[in-house]
Design a protein around this ligand. Sequence first.
Ligand SMILES: C[S@@+](CC[C@H](N)C(=O)[O-])C[C@H]1O[C@@H](n2cnc3c(N)ncnc32)[C@H](O)[C@@H]1O
Length: 319
Amino acid sequence: MANSFGVKLQSLLPKLGGIYPFSAPITTTNSVPCSSEARASKNSRIVGKRRAFGCRVHRRVVLGIGVSLWSQFMSMAGSFSGKSFMASARQKGEIEQVLKNVEWPEQFPFKDEDFQRFDESSDTLFYEMPRFVTHIDNQAIAALTKYYSEVLPSSNTPGVAILDMCSSWVSHYPAGYKQERIVGMGLNEEELKRNPVLTEYVVQDLNNNPKLPFGNNTFDVITNVVSVDYLTKPLDVFKEMSRVLKPAGLAIMSFSNRCFWTKAISIWTSTGDADHVMIVGSYFHYAGGFEPPQAVDISPNPGRSDPMYIVYSRKMATS
Ligand SMILES: C[S@@+](CC[C@H](N)C(=O)[O-])C[C@H]1O[C@@H](n2cnc3c(N)ncnc32)[C@H](O)[C@@H]1O
C-alpha cells in the first residue's frame, strides 16, 4: 500500500498557534531542540536559559500560516499506521517506513512562507564568528561516523571527489579519511580552514546564491550534516546537487532534532522528526534527477542521546 503523508499537522497547528516562547534555551552548542515536540522533551540537554529578544510573540503571526498546503495533503492522506508520524517516529524502525512508496502530490506542496525564518538577517553575519563546537552529542557523532564508514568510498580511492555542504571545522568522516578532492562549503572561513579532511573550501551563502560553483558530474558523494533545515531555497540547491553529482553519485543528508531555531525554516521548526524525513525526501523528489529517497534511523541510544536520521538518494545513473 502506498505510504501516506502521515503527520497530522492539522492537529498540530492549534498547538503551534499558541504563544511561542522567545526564551531560547542555551545548550553547550547553542543549538536547541528544533521542534516544539523536541523542545518539550525531558531529554533535551538544556543547561541554561536566555531571553533572546525579551518578548513573547505569536510565531505564526511572524511567519504567516506556513504549512497550510502541506497540512492539506496530510489530512487528505490520513495518518501513518493510524498514528501521527511524530508518535510513530519514537518506535525504532518506523523512520525507515516514512519514505516507502510515497504517493507524492504532483506539485511541491510548500509555500514561500514555509521557508521563512524567525531571523531573516544575513546568514553571513550569523556565522561571522567561528564556532569550534559540535552541534550533536558524541554518541550521535559516533553513529554518523560509523554510517559514513559503511557507505563512503574507501579512503584514498583514486579519482573520488566529495562535497561536504554546510561544512565547518568538522565533517565527521572516519578518522584519517582522505580522498583526492574533498571540498567543504560553508559560511565561516576560520572553521573551514581548520577542517582537517578538506582539500579545499568555498565560502558561499546558499540562501543568496544556490548555484554550486562546480561543473556537471563532479562529485561521487555529497554530505550535509545537521544543516539541511537552514536552506531557504532547497529545491534550487537539490537541483544543483543533482547536476554536480556524477551519475549514481550519492547524496547523504543527516540531521538530528537540534538546530539554531531562529535560522531554521518555519516548516522545520513547526514539525517533528518523521516530518523532517518526509520534508527532506520531498526535496529529492521534486528536485528531479534522483532515485526515490530513502531514510535510515541511526539514532545510537533512543531517548538518551541525540537522535540521528539519514535521508539519502543517488543521482539517477542515466540522467
Ligand atoms: C549547525 S552548523 C553544522 C556544521 C557542520 N555540518 C557540523 O556537522 O558540525 C550549520 C552549518 O551550516 C552552514 N550554513 C548555514 N546557513 C548557510 C547558508 N545560508 N549557506 C551556506 N552554508 C550555511 C554554516 O556555515 C554552518 O557551518
